[in-house]
Design a binder for this molecule. Structure first.
Ligand SMILES: Nc1nc(=O)c2c([nH]1)NC[C@@H]1CN(c3ccc(C(=O)N[C@@H](CCC(=O)O)C(=O)O)cc3)C=[N+]21
Length: 305
């Protein structure tokens, strides 16, 4: 039996439609336009692509987008001054500082300088603590998108065995918190986990977020399990031939070996077109949520954890 393919691209479009509806209502009924500020330090090409796509989608759902591009040598003091300015700007409801930052900048320090109420990435220590204690917080976009897809596939996740592969602050740890919040039995596995294949074989839900291309083969997957692939890895694809400059063509793959996993899983997210588009949609959702909270309005339904 081939797995059901979870169409993250289509799902993200429905999330954006909901966001657009909330934005329209905020404008009409309250005269408020949600605003998202994105700060990019340096010229990393992949980051530039991501920031551009995000800015475009922000405007498409009717929100204001403020892009701040700083050069790679920007001092910590200058970056902190910009964050301060965005923190106090009433037109800005969400702030995202694109990661990774250049090495001379302290990421923890910079992230924790963001007003937690505007921290649409959910990376501020106070949001991490709120999530960990089951209190209302800003939830990291990628795990939130994964949770939305899992709830869509299963309805209730209560009692399911979930294995998260990867322990990053950005995906693995908050994903585990969200699954726990939905009453899964959660295991966080990582590079030092003993008998990783056997651990993964127990899972009804597998979330792969390790950043290693095609690491999870189909024979680690329990038949019928749901596989969420967070990985976005660019690998050489000599079968596609060469670029005009003679370099080898590449393609995107996830952290799971899609072809073998899709033969065993009950449902699976593809790469591209799975988790990635949901991440950006959830960033927009978080911005609307932040805007509603800032104005003492009810939470937008269906867009929060
Ligand atoms: N503060 C911060 N927050 C982030 O959320 C953040 C970040 N920094 N730094 C970089 C990563 C990366 N990231 C992606 C989001 C969507 C796609 C996405 O939509 N990918 C498409 C494919 C894109 C392609 O074709 O290259 C897909 O999976 O279908 C990819 C990558 C967010 N990040």
């Amino acid at each position: 039996m081939a797995a059901k393919v979870i169409d993250g691209k289509a799902f993200a479009a429905t999330v954006r439609e909901k966001v657009a509806g909330h934005v329209a209502r905020l404008k009409e009924e309250h005269g408020i336009t949600p605003g998202l500020a994105v700060v990019l330090v340096g010229e990393d090409p992949a980051s530039q692509v991501y920031v551009r796509s995000k800015g475009k989608q922000t405007v498409e759902v009717g929100m204001n987008s403020y892009e701040h591009k700083l050069d790679a040598g920007t001092s910590e003091a200058d970056l902190l001054a910009l964050i301060d300015q965005l923190n106090t700007d009433p037109a800005v409801h969400g702030i995202l500082v694109q990661l990774p930052l250049p090495k001379h900048l302290n990421e923890d320090l910079v992230i924790n300088a963001i007003d937690p109420a505007k921290d649409v990435d959910g990376f501020h220590i106070s949001n991490v603590g709120l999530l960990g204690t089951g209190q209302k917080s800003m939830v990291p976009c990628t795990p939130l998108g994964c949770l939305m897809m899992l709830r869509d596939v299963h309805g209730s996740l209560s009692g399911m065995d979930a294995v998260v592969i990867g322990r990053s602050n950005i995906v693995g740890k908050p994903m585990a918190q969200l699954l726990l919040g939905d009453s899964c039995t959660v295991t966080i596995a990582h590079s030092r986990t003993k008998d990783l294949p056997d651990v993964v074989r127990r899972a009804d839900i597998v979330v792969a977020a390790v950043g290693r291309p095609q690491m999870v083969p189909g024979d680690w997957i329990k038949p019928g399990a749901t596989v969420i692939d967070v990985g976005i890895n660019r690998i050489d694809a000599p079968e596609k031939g060469q670029n005009e400059d003679g370099s080898v063509k590449t393609r995107l793959v996830g952290d799971v070996d899609y072809d073998s996993c899709a033969q065993v899983a009950g449902a699976i997210t593809p790469v591209p077109g799975g988790v990635g588009p949901m991440t950006i949609a959830c960033l927009l959702a978080n911005t609307v949520t932040a805007c509603c909270r800032a104005n003492g309005l009810p939470e937008p339904e269906g867009l929060t954890a």
